[in-house]
Each structure stands twice: as structure tokens, then as C-alpha cells.
Ligand binder design. Structure first.
Ligand code: ADP
Length: 608
């Protein structure tokens, strides 16, 4: 930003300097052109005044224009070196007296060519300034000029014009005035007529070559009639050599001439370049200072901030021992101190937390160990108690069946019903004990797995047959959907049967109408078995609980569906023993689908 500011101000400085120096040089040139113009005008007017003085003689008053007037004319030539010839004419254009430095110049023709216009002016008592001309080729003197004629009226008495005094002026004397003018170091001035003819130049040869400068821009500017737009006082253009110049002009309106001044453009640029150089120097210095300032700021601010950032990063990565060493003596140091304090607090809090976690973990481990011990006690107790219960219960059932057979037709209907009830309850009790036994065994880790090839179709058929008796065939349809192409599964037949029986048993128990569908599929090395029903469904809140032992979900106090809450717990553990998993999708009132996924093992692949 500092650099941008410096560069902008530098460029503006250069731009304005250029404008100013343009104006400055323009003014100088214009002044010098004006001064030269007035000098030249004075020079010509001076000659005209001298000529006018030569018309006011006693002879003229006494005799009018006579041949003797030549003496006066000769005196005029002696006094005015720039006059090369002079003659007195009367109002009819007749020459009465003449004096000249060189013969025969100017020719009679030249006199005649100016006389007519000059006479008109003389009659009105005005001076006449004739056009600038060069001697014709081959005439004497060779290579002279340019010349002009001036005519002034001759008055015998004031207001009585009797003729005119015509003189030829050698303009090389004007050239001397022009040559003495210097514009700047290498600049110069020159004089031109309205038609573009060069009258005087520091290089006389250019004048003698009769160069015409009508096409130059500065010429056009000088002679351009006054318009509403202000004329430029100076302009950048080409000179007669085609070089680029800075030029100005001044009009001599009484003569119809103009002074042109010019200066090589480089001369204008020199101070401009010097200023550019100076500005660049200042700019470089400024940039250097800006750089040093930036480095200083970076040392003072950016680096400490970077250190701070790294500290935060280390804390984020868990290095709570991070401390910052910043001695900047400003707000950043205060920030760093706060940071260090915060890190210390954090570290304290963290170690406190770690200590508490360790304590709790220790407590939990102890509790856990106790729980495991208790659980083992429970399992062992269950196993023992169950065994003790099972034996007498089996014999009760055996005797009850025997009694039912043997008392066939000998007891009353009521007694028979009672006996049937007894048997049914005993059998339920036995099933419950069996379940408890199974569960206890699993819990005690005494489950053995016996792998063998199992045809899933057969297994499902057997299970379906064993639940047929309890199926309400009128309202519920049992559908088996087992593709025959499923290869034999290498697993524990008994455990899988128990899984299927439990799931089918639940489906039958909780489904009053609709269908129960058992299906199997084989995908991506997995074997999937699904039991879907259109029964009462399971509450969303219960879905995760029902696999816990003795948890019956919302049926916990429901007498209409008998159960222990052990079936699914056993299923889940059996599935686990076989290396699989079970999920349930259900909606209350619509039904449930239990899906068991087992790894599909063949005899070759298994390592069990
Ligand atoms: P139990 O059937 O002896 O109560 P389970 O462990 O087999 O015990 O089932 C636990 C609970 O899961 C059941 O009490 C019942 O709420 C729910 N449940 C299991 N299977 C189904 C099913 N097919 N449809 C509806 N609810 C079921």
C-alpha cells in the first residue's frame, strides 16, 4: 500500500511537473518571440522614419521634387547602411532623382512594380511596406537579398503630397537581429512572411535557398485569423528540417511578417528527465523505507502472532505443556501470558480428569469383577437347580402321561380335564426349565459348537412341522420361501434349529391372522434367514430391550401372551455363538421381521 501510494504520488508529480515546465518554456519562448518581433518592427519603422526625415528638406519646400534631390538621397544612403537604393517619384510615377549603392540594381521594373501600390498609400499620407523579394537569377549582385521596398510620402507642406520617396532595404540587417536571438541553449528565431517565405534565419543559406515554410504548424498558428478558441502560446511540432521542436511565434501585423522561435524538444525534456530521476530516487528511497517498516512490523507483530498460532496448534494437538516465550512488551505479550495461564489451567483440569477417570475405572473394574463372579455363581446355581428340578419334573410328566393313558374311560370328564391341565403345565414348566438350562449353559460358556453340513430347507421344514400344532391354521398361513439352490450351510444344526424354532414360535404366538413367512437367501458370503409376521408388532422403544434376558417389552405384565422373556435372549446368544448377528424391524399393529445373518461357511473354508 505504501508503495502504491508512493508510485501514484511520483507519477502525479512527474505529470504536473511536465505540465508546469511545458507552460514555463512556452511562456519563455512566447516572450522571446514577442521581443524579437517588436525589435524587428522597430528596426523597419526606424528606417521608414529616417526616410520620412529625408523628405522634409528645405529644397523640397523651395523647389519641390527636382533632380537635385539626389544629394539628399545620397546622404540618406550614407546614414542608413541598410538602404541600397532610393528614388524620388512624383505623383505621376515619374522619377525625378535617384541614388544607389550598386548599379544597376534594382531594375526599373522592380521600381515600377511597387510604384503603383505605393503611390496610392502616399496619396493618403501613409507608409508603404512592399513585399520581400530576391534579385532575379543572373542579376547583380549574385546571392544577395532578400530585399524589400519602403515608400514614404513627400509633402511640400503639411498635407500637400507632391510625391514619394521609395527605398530598397537590404534585409540582411534584419538577419543580424534574428541571429542575435537565442532561445534557451540551442533554440533560435527566424522571420517569415505571411506567404511562408523565409526572410531571416541564423543560417543565411536557408534564406538564400528561398525556403517556403507555409506548411509548418507554427506558421499556421501564427497567421491563423483570430478565432474564438484561444491560440496555443507554444506547440510541439516539426521544424523545417523535420526535427521535433518546441515552438512559439509572434506576429508583426504592420509588416505581415511573423517571428518564429523554436527549441529542440530534448532541451525541454532535460529538466523533465532530471525531475523524473529525482522522483524515482525519492520513490526508491520511500520503497526502501516501506520495506524496512514492513520488516519491522513483521518482527514486532507478525512473528509473535505466528508463535501464538503455533502454540494454539500444539495445544490443539494435545501438548498441554506448551508455554509461549514472548517478550514484546505490548498487548501480544499480555495475550501470550493469558495463553500460558490458560494452558496451565487446562493442564491441571486435564490431569484432574485423568485421575478421576482412573479412579472410576478402578472402581468399575472391581464392580465388574464382582459381577462376573456373581454371574458365574448364578449360572452354576441355575445349572444345578435346573438339573435338580428337571429330573423330578420329567418323572411327574411321565407318570401323568401314564395315568392319562391308563385311566382312559375310567375317570370323569372333569378329572380328565384336570389331568390334561396338570400335564400341560408340567410340560410348560419343563420347557421353561429347558430354556433356563440352555441360557445358563450359554452364560456359563459351556456351549459346544458342532459343525456339520446342514440343508436349510430340511431344517425349516422340520421346524415348521413342530409348530404346526400350535398354529391357528384358519387365520394364519405359514409360508416357506427357501430357494432350493441354497447350498448346504456348514454350521451347528441343533443351535440353528433352536433359533428357527424360537423365532417361529414367537411369530405364531404374536400373530392372530395374516401370514408368517420364513425365507432364506445367500448374498456376498452371508447367509440370511428372515422370519416375518403380520402380528402385533413391537414398540420402537422396546426394539432394543427385547433381546435382554427376562425382558418382555410392553408385554411384561400382559397375561394374554405367556412367556418368560428368555427366548430372544437365547436366540441372540446362539446367533453370536455361530458368529452371526440378528436385527429386527417392526411396526406396532403391522408385524415384525427378524433377520439372522450368518457367515456362509463351506466345509473347506471353515477353520472351526
Ligand atoms: P417371550 O416370548 O417368552 O416373552 P422372548 O424373548 O421370546 O420372550 O420375547 C421377548 C419379547 O419380545 C416378547 O415378550 C414380545 O414382547 C416381543 N416379541 C418377540 N417376538 C415377537 C413377535 N414376533 N411379534 C411381536 N412381539 C414379539
Amino acid at each position: 500500500m505504501i508503495s502504491a501510494g508512493l508510485v501514484t504520488s511520483g507519477l502525479l508529480e512527474i505529470y504536473f511537473h511536465r505540465q508546469e515546465s511545458w507552460e514555463h518554456f512556452g511562456l519563455i519562448q512566447k516572450e522571446s518571440a514577442d521581443a524579437t518581433a517588436s525589435k524587428i518592427e522597430q528596426f523597419v519603422q526606424e528606417i521608414a522614419r529616417t526616410m520620412r526625415a529625408a523628405t522634409k528638406t528645405r529644397e523640397i519646400v523651395r523647389e519641390g521634387l527636382s533632380p537635385d534631390y539626389k544629394w539628399e538621397l545620397r546622404r540618406l544612403l550614407v546614414n542608413s547602411p541598410s538602404i541600397t537604393a532610393a528614388a524620388g517619384f512624383d505623383l505621376n510615377g515619374v522619377k525625378h532623382a535617384e541614388a544607389r549603392r550598386l548599379k544597376p540594381f534594382p531594375s526599373q521594373d522592380k521600381w515600377n512594380s511597387v510604384i503603383h501600390a505605393a503611390l496610392e498609400k502616399a496619396k493618403q499620407r501613409q507608409f508603404h511596406f512592399g513585399p520581400v523579394y530576391f534579385p532575379e537569377e543572373g542579376t547583380f549582385p549574385e546571392g544577395a537579398g532578400p530585399y524589400m521596398t519602403i515608400a514614404v510620402p513627400i509633402e511640400r507642406f503639411a498635407g500637400e503630397v507632391i510625391g514619394m520617396l521609395v527605398a530598397e532595404i537590404d534585409l540582411k540587417y534584419v538577419g543580424q537581429v534574428i541571429s542575435s536571438i537565442h532561445v534557451g541553449k540551442a533554440g533560435h528565431a527566424y522571420l517569415v512572411t505571411g506567404s511562408g517565405q523565409l526572410i531571416a534565419h541564423s543560417d543565411l543559406s536557408l534564406v538564400l535557398q528561398k525556403r517556403n515554410l507555409a506548411q509548418l504548424d507554427q506558421m499556421k498558428a501564427a497567421f491563423q485569423p483570430n478565432s474564438k478558441e484561444p491560440k496555443p502560446i507554444a506547440l510541439v511540432t516539426r521544424n523545417l528540417h523535420g526535427e521535433k521542436v518546441f515552438a512559439s511565434y509572434a506576429l508583426i501585423s504592420s509588416l505581415g511578417w511573423a517571428v518564429l522561435t523554436e527549441q529542440p524538444i530534448q532541451e525541454i525534456y532535460v529538466p523533465l528527465y532530471a525531475s523524473m530521476l529525482r522522483t524515482s530516487g525519492v520513490l526508491l528511497f520511500g520503497l526502501g523505507v516501506a520495506l524496512v517498516a514492513t520488516l519491522f512490523v513483521s518482527r514486532r507483530v507478525v512473528r509473535p502472532l505466528e508463535t501464538l498460532r503455533q502454540g494454539v496448534e500444539r495445544i490443539r494437538q494435545g501438548d498441554l505443556s506448551t508455554r509461549l516465550e514472548l517478550q514484546t512488551g505490548d498487548e501480544i505479550q499480555i495475550l501470550a501470558d493469558e495463553f500460558n495461564e490458560m494452558a496451565a489451567h487446562l493442564r491441571e483440569a486435564y490431569s484432574d480428569l485423568e485421575r478421576k477417570v482412573a479412579e472410576r475405572t478402578q472402581e468399575l473394574t472391581t464392580v465388574n469383577e464382582k459381577l462376573v463372579e456373581v454371574s458365574e455363581h448364578k449360572s452354576r446355581f441355575l445349572a444345578n437347580v435346573n438339573h435338580e428340578l428337571r429330573t423330578p419334573l420329567s418323572s411327574i410328566i411321565g407318570y401323568a402321561r401314564l395315568l392319562r393313558r391308563e385311566t382312559e374311560g375310567q375317570i370323569s370328564l372333569l378329572q380328565r380335564e384336570n389331568l390334561k391341565d396338570l400335564l400341560r403345565n408340567a410340560e410348560r414348566l419343563l420347557r421353561l426349565i429347558d430354556s433356563l438350562l440352555d441360557f445358563a449353559k450359554i452364560e456359563a460358556g459351556k456351549m459346544e459348537v458342532q459343525l456339520e453340513p446342514v440343508r436349510i430347507e430340511e431344517l425349516v421344514q422340520g421346524a415348521a412341522a413342530s409348530i404346526e400344532p400350535i398354529l391357528n391354521k384358519v387365520a394364519v398361513r405359514l409360508i416357506r420361501d427357501i430357494p432350493s439352490e441354497i447350498a448346504p450351510l456348514y454350521t451347528d444344526r441343533e443351535k440353528l434349529r433352536q433359533i428357527i424354532l424360537n423365532l417361529l414360535g414367537n411369530a405364531v404366538k404374536f400373530t392372530d391372522r395374516g401370514e408368517i413367512r420364513i425365507s432364506a437367501s445367500q448374498e456376498d458370503g452371508d447367509f440370511k434367514l428372515a422370519v416375518a409376521d403380520t402380528g402385533i408388532g413391537i414398540d420402537k422403544a422396546d426394539v432394543h430391550r427385547i433381546f435382554e434376558e427376562f425382558d418382555r417389552g410392553r408385554l411384561i405384565n400382559d397375561g394374554s401372551y405367556r412367556g418368560t422373556g428368555l427366548g430372544l435372549a437365547i436366540v441372540k446368544r446362539l446367533v453370536g455363538v455361530l458368529g452371526g448377528s440378528i436385527i429386527v424391524e417392526s411396526e406396532v399393529g403391522k408385524g415384525s421381521t427378524f433377520t439372522v445373518t450368518l457367515p456362509f461357511k463351506t466345509r473347506e473354508a471353515t477353520s472351526l
